[in-house]
Design a protein around this ligand. Sequence first.
Ligand code: GLU
Length: 446
Amino acid sequence: MNVKNLMAELERKHPGESEYLQAVQEVLESIEEVYNQHPEFEKAKIVERIVEPDRIFTFRVTWVDDKGEVQTNLGYRVQFNSAIGPYKGGLRFHKAVNPSMLKFLGFEQTFKNALTTLPMGGAKGGSDFDPVGKSDAEIMRFCQAFMTELWNNIGVDTDVPAGDVGVGGREIGFLNGMYQKLARKYHTGVLTGKGMTWGGSVLRPEATGFGALYFVQHMLDKAGKSIKGATVAISGFGNVAWGAATKATELGAKVIAISGPDGVIYNPNGMTDEKIAYMLELRASNRNIVAPFAERFPDATFTPGKKAWSVKCDIALPCAFQNELNGDDAKELIANGTWCCAEVSNMGCTPEAIHAFQSAGILFAPGKAVNAGGVATSGLEMTQNCMHISWSGKEVDEKLHYIMQSIHEACVKYGTQEDGTVNYVKGANIAGFMKVATAMLEQGII
Ligand code: GLU
């Protein structure tokens, strides 16, 4: 394969799909060398096949708001790759959702899911519905209308959606209720991220953040460093940021920043149980602002218009959105002495930022390895649903630990460089790719 030619061809076929093209380019650059050592991949045109989704469903979602006005949004499900198992991946409700965003997320999901050790293919979906400022009743009506179109294309052995940005336990509840009504199928394993009384797994809400911190611990161990006493800057204040802040604090780090679209909270004394619980309250309010945190906790200060990366910290954890940490942010962090950055959001860093971190010798790990604990625990939820049992928190946590350790080992296996350091981007991309590519090869040209 020749990355330049392949990218030129993809840009011609999918003009303007910048997030999708960015995600594909990163993976192709990482795997080029290994791929070219496998003529059987080239012969089966694996790379040309793996970069395109199997299919995309696009649909209109019409609903009525609280004022009685008719609203229309677009809905999507991108079923990206099913070589290693049924399609699996979240739904994102955000005003900027478009096919490029969901294709990038579905592509990343395919490799991430392969890394989890579990048999799950890759998918993503969502809508340009903006949850900000919506009432619970509006969210319910939107979710019901969305599921009216989606239900026939998902199922316990075909495609299992879950949450992502803008979709949490409340939305999964409304979606699952409508699915059962339409499909007249009552298996608990059609969606994951469910409530604890109707098939949800303990620890699923915490799993993305907890798994990320377990991964960071392995990464730091390998580099001879420790998280104890380290200062941590986190972007966002949603479910993922909450899980990361909880576990980082529990492990002895000090979480000194969280942020929102409105600005950054500087929190010099670190988190308390009360502060962590308040993050959830803030998110559930649907206002999408972080400023009230400083009104509630006077030892914290709010600066409008600034990102979490303006705060001097040892470890930076992007936990919000793609490309939320750019080249300039990376330079600012490096100048302030940051020595580790782990992407907890999907593609949280721009290519310029990753390059800046890597050339400065800063420990860096990509989202598809770091945040895989979320979907991995969704996989564990599916297993429990299929076995009609519930595991204890201890059992799920042990399995999550094991999975994050396996992902770290896979990164080390494929990403160790001549000087003994690990290129986690390369390691994660090659490990994920090798699994999916082998599965595709063994199942013929389809
Ligand atoms: N949206 C999450 C992710 O990006 C979780 C997906 C899932 O649990 O299926 O991996």
